[in-house]
Ligand binder design. Structure first.
Ligand SMILES: C[S@@+](CC[C@H](N)C(=O)[O-])C[C@H]1O[C@@H](n2cnc3c(N)ncnc32)[C@H](O)[C@@H]1O
Length: 253
């Protein structure tokens, strides 16, 4: 899947806000080793380094393009090219922080318990993931991909998934001293002629565009654009409200 850091960063402020809210809920005074799992272009890694300047910070991501951008953003941090599903730290981290990444991985029951077990004693796993897979934006992409014109080419495309909150509680609570679960809806006011389409092109649409030729990509986007514009109309001031539900968990070993 071809992540494009510049396109992703078009909405850098909006994408950073949930990470700031998650970070605010972590009470660790001085973690020695902090890992940013699925660090992307390094914006969140920079937040972590700012909060704990003495910590050893490591960003982990499977996209070389994202890691290149992260190196530029934070030359003093360590970065590792790795798949989270197979990643094992050299030394146990005190904090594993993951913003908007783990929904791309399967088998959350096994993944989340494994991440908890990788932590140092009394370590913390802090995760934010989108929880809006039933929103019109995401539903319209899936519905269009399932039409006869696209179904064969896009049979393998997936936009990631999360479990229901009670499932995360059931999976994690037996392994935790403390567990905090919550959700927030961010009522994002975006600007531009097709801002929801632009937002989705930086993330959710990537697996749907990747299997297509350039012409087919343009056709897919041209069909999707008016449906998104109808679902998310702009107001007279040029603002398009794009509500986005996100789920959070802080699990303390
Ligand atoms: C939406 S971006 C989030 C980036 C960053 N955490 C942020 O909040 O700005 C998701 C990132 O997760 C990474 N990612 C997705 N699946 C991954 C996997 N299996 N292993 C490692 N990184 C992965 C992608 O390469 C991408 O950089």
């Amino acid at each position: 899947m071809g992540w494009e850091p510049e396109r992703y960063l078009q909405f850098a402020d909006e994408r950073l806000r949930p990470a700031q809210d998650l970070l605010a809920r972590i009470t660790l005074p001085a973690p020695g080793r902090v890992v940013d799992l699925g660090c992307g272009p390094g914006n969140v890694t920079r937040l972590l380094a700012g909060r704990w300047p003495q910590a050893q910070i490591t960003g982990v991501d499977s996209s070389a393009a994202m890691l290149e951008r992260a190196h530029l953003a934070l030359p003093d941090a360590r970065f590792e090219l790795a798949d989270i599903g197979q990643w094992t730290p050299a030394e146990a981290p005190d904090l594993i922080f993951s913003n908007a990444a783990l929904h791309w991985l399967d088998d959350h029951p096994a993944l989340f318990v494994r991440l908890l077990e990788l932590l140092a004693p009394e370590g913390v796993l802090a995760v934010q993931m989108p929880g809006n897979f039933d929103a019109p934006s995401h539903r319209l992409i899936r519905e269009q991909a399932a039409t006869p014109a696209w179904a064969e080419a896009l049979a393998g495309a997936r936009m990631g998934a999360v479990l229901d909150m009670p499932d995360y509680h059931r999976i994690l609570a037996p392994h935790c001293r403390q567990l905090f679960l919550w959700e927030s809806i961010y009522w994002q006011g975006l600007s531009g002629p097709a801002p929801v389409l632009d937002w989705l092109r930086g993330t959710t649409l990537l697996p749907y565009l990747a299997p297509l030729t350039a012409d087919a990509q343009a056709q897919f986007l041209a069909e999707l654009a008016p449906q998104l514009a109808e679902a998310y109309p702009g107001n007279a001031a040029g603002t398009t409200l794009f509500p986005f539900r996100r789920i959070f968990l802080v699990a303390c070993r």
